[in-house]
Write a protein that binds this ligand. Structure first.
Ligand code: ADP
Length: 259
Protein backbone atom coordinates (compact mmCIF):
# COMPACT_ATOMS: atom_id res chain seq x y z
CA UNK A 1 0.00 0.00 0.00
CA UNK A 2 2.62 2.59 -0.92
CA UNK A 3 1.59 6.05 -2.10
CA UNK A 4 1.98 6.84 -5.82
CA UNK A 5 5.31 8.23 -7.03
CA UNK A 6 5.64 11.97 -7.22
CA UNK A 7 5.73 13.90 -10.45
CA UNK A 8 9.37 14.43 -11.36
CA UNK A 9 11.06 15.79 -14.46
CA UNK A 10 11.40 12.23 -15.71
CA UNK A 11 14.37 9.99 -16.34
CA UNK A 12 13.46 7.88 -19.41
CA UNK A 13 15.53 4.90 -18.22
CA UNK A 14 13.36 4.69 -15.11
CA UNK A 15 9.99 5.16 -16.78
CA UNK A 16 9.13 1.47 -17.05
CA UNK A 17 9.70 0.88 -13.34
CA UNK A 18 6.53 0.76 -11.31
CA UNK A 19 7.89 1.21 -7.79
CA UNK A 20 11.21 2.79 -6.81
CA UNK A 21 12.34 2.57 -3.23
CA UNK A 22 15.47 4.16 -1.77
CA UNK A 23 17.18 2.39 1.13
CA UNK A 24 19.08 4.97 3.12
CA UNK A 25 20.90 5.41 6.39
CA UNK A 26 22.30 8.30 8.32
CA UNK A 27 25.73 6.72 8.46
CA UNK A 28 27.71 3.80 7.09
CA UNK A 29 28.05 0.33 8.51
CA UNK A 30 24.51 -0.01 9.85
CA UNK A 31 23.46 -2.67 7.34
CA UNK A 32 21.91 -0.54 4.60
CA UNK A 33 23.36 -2.64 1.77
CA UNK A 34 22.51 -5.93 3.46
CA UNK A 35 18.95 -4.67 3.85
CA UNK A 36 18.80 -3.45 0.23
CA UNK A 37 19.93 -6.79 -1.18
CA UNK A 38 17.61 -8.86 0.98
CA UNK A 39 14.66 -6.51 0.47
CA UNK A 40 15.15 -6.83 -3.31
CA UNK A 41 15.26 -10.62 -3.02
CA UNK A 42 12.20 -10.52 -0.78
CA UNK A 43 10.25 -8.53 -3.39
CA UNK A 44 11.43 -10.94 -6.09
CA UNK A 45 10.26 -13.88 -3.95
CA UNK A 46 6.76 -12.41 -4.14
CA UNK A 47 6.85 -12.65 -7.90
CA UNK A 48 7.99 -9.14 -8.73
CA UNK A 49 10.57 -8.29 -11.42
CA UNK A 50 13.20 -6.48 -9.38
CA UNK A 51 16.36 -4.46 -9.89
CA UNK A 52 18.97 -3.13 -7.48
CA UNK A 53 20.83 0.09 -8.19
CA UNK A 54 23.93 0.38 -6.04
CA UNK A 55 24.17 4.17 -5.79
CA UNK A 56 26.79 3.98 -3.05
CA UNK A 57 29.46 5.24 -5.41
CA UNK A 58 32.06 5.63 -2.68
CA UNK A 59 31.75 2.12 -1.29
CA UNK A 60 29.71 -0.09 -3.61
CA UNK A 61 28.65 -3.32 -1.88
CA UNK A 62 26.51 -5.14 -4.45
CA UNK A 63 29.39 -6.88 -6.28
CA UNK A 64 30.44 -8.54 -3.01
CA UNK A 65 26.92 -9.14 -1.74
CA UNK A 66 25.88 -10.92 -4.93
CA UNK A 67 29.29 -12.42 -5.75
CA UNK A 68 29.41 -10.67 -9.13
CA UNK A 69 32.71 -9.98 -10.87
CA UNK A 70 31.76 -9.64 -14.55
CA UNK A 71 31.78 -6.34 -16.37
CA UNK A 72 28.36 -5.22 -17.66
CA UNK A 73 27.88 -5.28 -21.43
CA UNK A 74 26.77 -2.25 -23.40
CA UNK A 75 23.57 -2.90 -25.36
CA UNK A 76 22.02 -0.25 -27.56
CA UNK A 77 24.08 2.45 -25.89
CA UNK A 78 22.96 1.44 -22.40
CA UNK A 79 24.59 -0.65 -19.70
CA UNK A 80 23.00 -4.06 -19.27
CA UNK A 81 22.58 -4.96 -15.60
CA UNK A 82 24.06 -8.20 -14.29
CA UNK A 83 21.75 -10.77 -12.73
CA UNK A 84 21.67 -12.92 -9.58
CA UNK A 85 18.71 -14.90 -8.22
CA UNK A 86 16.66 -13.39 -11.03
CA UNK A 87 17.33 -9.85 -9.76
CA UNK A 88 18.95 -7.27 -12.07
CA UNK A 89 21.87 -5.46 -10.52
CA UNK A 90 23.92 -2.40 -11.46
CA UNK A 91 26.80 -1.05 -9.40
CA UNK A 92 29.62 1.39 -9.82
CA UNK A 93 31.68 -1.48 -8.44
CA UNK A 94 31.21 -3.34 -11.75
CA UNK A 95 32.74 -0.47 -13.65
CA UNK A 96 35.84 0.36 -11.64
CA UNK A 97 38.72 -1.69 -10.30
CA UNK A 98 38.06 -2.68 -6.71
CA UNK A 99 41.64 -1.85 -5.73
CA UNK A 100 41.57 1.68 -7.04
CA UNK A 101 40.43 4.02 -4.28
CA UNK A 102 37.43 6.08 -5.26
CA UNK A 103 38.68 9.56 -4.75
CA UNK A 104 35.91 11.34 -6.57
CA UNK A 105 35.58 15.04 -6.79
CA UNK A 106 32.06 16.45 -6.53
CA UNK A 107 31.32 16.88 -10.25
CA UNK A 108 32.66 13.39 -11.03
CA UNK A 109 30.36 11.84 -8.47
CA UNK A 110 27.38 13.74 -9.84
CA UNK A 111 28.24 12.58 -13.35
CA UNK A 112 28.62 8.99 -12.18
CA UNK A 113 25.24 9.12 -10.46
CA UNK A 114 23.56 10.67 -13.50
CA UNK A 115 24.93 7.85 -15.65
CA UNK A 116 23.76 5.23 -13.21
CA UNK A 117 20.29 6.75 -13.18
CA UNK A 118 20.00 7.45 -16.88
CA UNK A 119 22.02 4.87 -18.77
CA UNK A 120 21.06 1.44 -17.47
CA UNK A 121 18.82 -0.86 -19.53
CA UNK A 122 16.48 -2.02 -16.77
CA UNK A 123 13.59 -2.82 -19.06
CA UNK A 124 10.26 -3.28 -17.32
CA UNK A 125 10.49 -3.73 -13.57
CA UNK A 126 7.96 -3.97 -10.79
CA UNK A 127 10.47 -2.55 -8.33
CA UNK A 128 13.88 -0.93 -8.22
CA UNK A 129 15.70 -0.84 -4.89
CA UNK A 130 18.27 1.96 -4.70
CA UNK A 131 21.05 1.38 -2.19
CA UNK A 132 21.81 5.01 -1.33
CA UNK A 133 25.19 6.31 -0.21
CA UNK A 134 25.23 6.64 3.59
CA UNK A 135 24.51 10.05 5.04
CA UNK A 136 22.64 13.10 3.85
CA UNK A 137 24.99 15.04 1.58
CA UNK A 138 24.59 16.55 -1.90
CA UNK A 139 24.69 13.23 -3.74
CA UNK A 140 21.90 11.80 -1.63
CA UNK A 141 19.83 14.92 -2.04
CA UNK A 142 20.34 14.89 -5.82
CA UNK A 143 19.07 11.32 -6.06
CA UNK A 144 16.15 12.03 -3.77
CA UNK A 145 15.24 15.06 -5.90
CA UNK A 146 15.66 13.49 -9.34
CA UNK A 147 14.24 10.02 -8.91
CA UNK A 148 10.46 9.50 -8.79
CA UNK A 149 10.58 7.62 -5.50
CA UNK A 150 7.62 5.65 -4.22
CA UNK A 151 9.34 6.07 -0.89
CA UNK A 152 12.35 5.58 1.33
CA UNK A 153 13.26 2.95 3.89
CA UNK A 154 15.65 4.18 6.57
CA UNK A 155 17.99 1.67 8.21
CA UNK A 156 19.40 2.36 11.66
CA UNK A 157 20.98 0.47 14.50
CA UNK A 158 19.43 0.98 17.96
CA UNK A 159 22.25 3.25 19.10
CA UNK A 160 21.72 6.91 19.88
CA UNK A 161 24.24 8.26 17.39
CA UNK A 162 22.96 6.16 14.52
CA UNK A 163 19.46 7.28 15.41
CA UNK A 164 20.35 10.96 15.32
CA UNK A 165 21.78 10.43 11.83
CA UNK A 166 18.75 8.39 10.82
CA UNK A 167 16.50 11.29 11.83
CA UNK A 168 18.49 13.52 9.45
CA UNK A 169 17.92 11.00 6.67
CA UNK A 170 14.18 10.98 7.40
CA UNK A 171 14.03 14.77 7.28
CA UNK A 172 16.04 14.89 4.03
CA UNK A 173 13.40 12.74 2.29
CA UNK A 174 10.60 14.70 3.90
CA UNK A 175 12.10 17.91 2.51
CA UNK A 176 11.88 16.58 -1.05
CA UNK A 177 8.43 15.18 -0.28
CA UNK A 178 9.43 11.56 -0.81
CA UNK A 179 7.22 9.41 1.43
CA UNK A 180 8.98 7.62 4.26
CA UNK A 181 7.89 3.98 4.02
CA UNK A 182 9.41 3.44 7.43
CA UNK A 183 12.39 2.75 9.64
CA UNK A 184 13.97 -0.65 10.21
CA UNK A 185 16.13 -1.40 13.23
CA UNK A 186 19.10 -3.53 12.20
CA UNK A 187 21.39 -5.36 14.62
CA UNK A 188 18.46 -5.02 16.95
CA UNK A 189 19.36 -7.95 19.17
CA UNK A 190 21.63 -11.00 19.17
CA UNK A 191 20.42 -14.56 19.56
CA UNK A 192 23.25 -16.77 20.77
CA UNK A 193 23.53 -19.73 18.38
CA UNK A 194 24.83 -21.85 21.27
CA UNK A 195 22.50 -21.17 24.17
CA UNK A 196 19.62 -19.40 22.41
CA UNK A 197 19.95 -16.49 24.85
CA UNK A 198 19.08 -13.02 23.65
CA UNK A 199 21.48 -10.07 24.11
CA UNK A 200 20.76 -6.47 23.25
CA UNK A 201 24.28 -5.52 22.24
CA UNK A 202 23.55 -2.05 20.87
CA UNK A 203 20.54 -1.53 23.16
CA UNK A 204 17.16 -2.13 21.61
CA UNK A 205 13.96 -0.42 20.55
CA UNK A 206 15.47 3.01 19.81
CA UNK A 207 14.42 2.97 16.16
CA UNK A 208 10.83 2.02 16.99
CA UNK A 209 10.73 4.83 19.54
CA UNK A 210 12.20 7.38 17.13
CA UNK A 211 9.91 6.27 14.30
CA UNK A 212 6.91 6.78 16.56
CA UNK A 213 8.17 10.21 17.59
CA UNK A 214 8.67 11.25 13.96
CA UNK A 215 5.29 9.85 13.01
CA UNK A 216 6.69 7.44 10.41
CA UNK A 217 6.01 3.67 10.27
CA UNK A 218 8.26 1.24 12.08
CA UNK A 219 8.98 -1.70 9.77
CA UNK A 220 10.55 -4.18 12.16
CA UNK A 221 13.76 -5.48 13.64
CA UNK A 222 16.54 -7.53 12.08
CA UNK A 223 18.78 -9.40 14.51
CA UNK A 224 22.57 -9.22 14.58
CA UNK A 225 23.05 -12.67 13.18
CA UNK A 226 26.01 -14.68 11.98
CA UNK A 227 24.07 -16.26 9.12
CA UNK A 228 23.12 -12.84 7.76
CA UNK A 229 26.76 -11.79 7.82
CA UNK A 230 28.17 -15.04 6.43
CA UNK A 231 25.69 -15.34 3.56
CA UNK A 232 26.35 -11.71 2.60
CA UNK A 233 30.10 -12.19 2.63
CA UNK A 234 29.73 -15.36 0.56
CA UNK A 235 27.86 -13.45 -2.15
CA UNK A 236 24.64 -15.34 -1.44
CA UNK A 237 22.33 -13.08 0.62
CA UNK A 238 20.19 -15.00 3.05
CA UNK A 239 16.85 -14.49 1.30
CA UNK A 240 18.31 -15.92 -1.90
CA UNK A 241 20.37 -18.70 -0.35
CA UNK A 242 18.10 -19.83 2.49
CA UNK A 243 14.62 -18.49 1.80
CA UNK A 244 13.03 -20.76 4.42
CA UNK A 245 15.29 -19.62 7.28
CA UNK A 246 14.05 -17.44 10.14
CA UNK A 247 16.62 -14.83 9.07
CA UNK A 248 15.09 -14.65 5.59
CA UNK A 249 11.64 -14.31 7.16
CA UNK A 250 12.64 -10.92 8.59
CA UNK A 251 13.25 -9.54 5.10
CA UNK A 252 10.30 -11.31 3.47
CA UNK A 253 8.19 -9.61 6.08
CA UNK A 254 9.85 -6.26 5.30
CA UNK A 255 9.18 -6.74 1.59
CA UNK A 256 5.52 -7.51 2.26
CA UNK A 257 5.18 -4.31 4.33
CA UNK A 258 6.98 -2.07 1.87
CA UNK A 259 5.22 -3.09 -1.35
P1 ADP B 1 26.12 -0.37 5.17
O1 ADP B 1 25.59 -0.60 3.80
O2 ADP B 1 25.17 0.37 6.06
O3 ADP B 1 27.50 0.22 5.20
P2 ADP B 1 26.45 -3.25 5.30
O4 ADP B 1 25.14 -3.78 4.85
O5 ADP B 1 27.58 -3.26 4.32
O6 ADP B 1 26.25 -1.79 5.89
O7 ADP B 1 26.82 -4.01 6.63
C1 ADP B 1 28.07 -3.78 7.30
C2 ADP B 1 28.59 -5.11 7.80
O8 ADP B 1 27.71 -5.63 8.79
C3 ADP B 1 28.69 -6.19 6.72
O9 ADP B 1 29.80 -7.01 6.98
C4 ADP B 1 27.40 -6.98 6.90
O10 ADP B 1 27.54 -8.33 6.47
C5 ADP B 1 27.19 -6.89 8.40
N1 ADP B 1 25.78 -6.92 8.77
C6 ADP B 1 24.79 -6.08 8.37
N2 ADP B 1 23.62 -6.40 8.95
C7 ADP B 1 23.87 -7.48 9.72
C8 ADP B 1 23.06 -8.29 10.59
N3 ADP B 1 21.78 -8.02 10.78
N4 ADP B 1 23.67 -9.33 11.22
C9 ADP B 1 24.98 -9.57 11.05
N5 ADP B 1 25.79 -8.86 10.27
C10 ADP B 1 25.25 -7.81 9.62
Amino acid sequence: GAPPPQQKAGIPALEKIRFIVAVASGKGGVGKSTTSANLALGLAAQGWRVGVLDADVYGPSMPRLFGLTDKPKVEGGKLAPLEAYGVKIMSMGFLVDENVPMVWRGPMVSQAISQMLGEVAWGELDALVIDMPPGTGDVQLTIAQQVPLAGAVIVSTPQDLALIDARRAVSMFQKVEAPILGVIENMSYFLCPHCGGRSEIFAHGGARHDAEQMGVPFLGEAPLDIKIRQTSDAGTPVVGAEPDSQQAAVYLNLAAKVK
